[in-house]
Design a protein around this ligand. Structure first.
Ligand code: NAD
Ligand code: IPM
Ligand code: MN
Length: 324
């Protein structure tokens, strides 16, 4: 649990500008004492200023007790370094936690968040391009312990590709060792088979720990279980900082039309409150989402016809009724 007083609000690009205001209004309602301050980073800032994030912006993010982030568009230019990846690395947000909950299943994907194929150690030549898949013992142990702690008396599943990559033999064995030290019930599966089995038998999984890129892919796959990318939140957790964002991106195909589903952003705010120790506030957001759904109020991706803003208004109304 962290003491939260100041929250940096980053809308970012595309639908980030539509879904984050919905989540921000809910934080304002539940915690009027929070100091919420906007920070502009992303593609549009890059287009305007030639810089996606300034040192001042990064310092502001660093100063906040928590960060609520929308999504940013990655420009397709060579040498562009993803702002999101820089923030994760420079704030040492080593664990990316992605809960996927539905009828009869409760899965948490724990993704190693700063190494693996995201090491940034790359070389592009004329005839050859390489990306180094770096896994250090320190990060493998840290993410394995984090996942074991989260699993408690539930089962931990390790997702890997140890049949092909020695680096994943290393990762799997460290995770198995940490689980045995922690007394956590643990099994392991090859990541490709795991991607399908999670969809076929979601109730068989509790906590899944995996490397960076596999976790990225697995979480988008698992979104299928709960109605798509508009539904899944995430928490990027470090020892000193915490950063909350939807799993989805900036969705340029639907941006600016008030059709994006703000549930992933709302659930990210709920994870922020859980991190701040406000479990009732966090539960109230989830409860409001369920009540609004039960009235048939849904965005287009879920088969409804309600706009982003109108969905947000319905949530605020429910939370108001619940006495928030
Ligand atoms: P995306 O997640 O933005 O969209 C994938 C599909 O899901 C699209 O059809 C989109 O319309 C739909 N979708 C996503 N969120 C939705 C929502 N809330 N409601 C309804 N539909 C939703 O992925 P993409 O299209 O592959 O990437 C677009 C851009 O976003 C790229 O530049 C990518 O790099 C970036 N991206 C950023 C983040 C981030 O900042 N956290 C995450 C993923 C992708
Ligand atoms: C995510 C995104 C990011 C990732 C991109 C935008 C760098 O897809 O948060 O899932 O690959 O981690
Ligand atoms: Mn992703």
């Amino acid at each position: 649990m962290a003491n939260v007083r100041s929250v940096a609000i980053v809308c970012g690009d595309g639908i980030g500008k539509e879904v984050i205001p919905v989540a921000r209004d809910v934080l304002c309602l539940l915690h009027p004492e929070y100091e919420l301050f906007p920070v502009e980073v992303g593609y549009e800032r890059w287009e305007r200023t030639g810089e996606a994030m300034g040192d001042d912006d990064f310092a502001l993010l660093k100063s906040a007790d928590a960060i609520l982030f929308g999504a940013i568009t990655t420009p397709s230019v060579p040498d562009y370094r993803s702002v999101l990846l820089r923030i994760r690395k420079d704030l040492d947000l080593f664990a990316n936690v992605r809960p996927v909950k539905g009828d009869g299943f409760d899965i948490t994907i724990v993704r190693e968040n700063i190494e693996g194929l995201y090491s940034g150690i790359e070389e592009v030549g004329v005839d050859r391009a390489t990306t180094l898949r770096l896994l250090t013992r320190h990060e493998c142990e840290r993410i394995a312990r984090f996942a074991c702690n989260l699993a408690g008396n539930r089962t931990l599943t390790i997702g890997h590709k140890a049949n092909v990559m020695k680096s994943d033999v290393f990762f799997r064995d460290i995770c198995l060792h940490e689980a045995s030290v922690a007394g956590v019930n643990c099994n392991d599966r090859l990541i490709d088979a795991l991607c399908l089995d999670v969809l076929l038998h979601p109730a068989s999984y509790h906590v899944i720990v995996t490397t960076n890129m596999f976790g990225d892919i697995l979480s988008d796959v698992a979104a299928y279980l709960v109605g798509g990318l508009g539904m899944l939140p995430s928490a990027n957790i470090g020892e000193h900082h915490a950063f909350f964002e939807p799993v989805h991106g900036s969705a340029p195909d639907i941006a600016g039309r008030n059709v994006a589903n703000p549930v992933a952003a709302l659930r990210s705010a709920a994870l922020l409150l859980r991190h701040a120790g406000d479990i009732p506030g966090s539960d109230a957001i989830e409860c409001a989402i369920q009540t609004v759904f039960s009235r048939g109020i849904k965005t287009r991706d879920l088969g409804g016809s309600v706009g982003t803003k109108e969905f947000g208004d319905a949530i605020l109304y429910e939370l108001g009724l619940a006495g928030a």
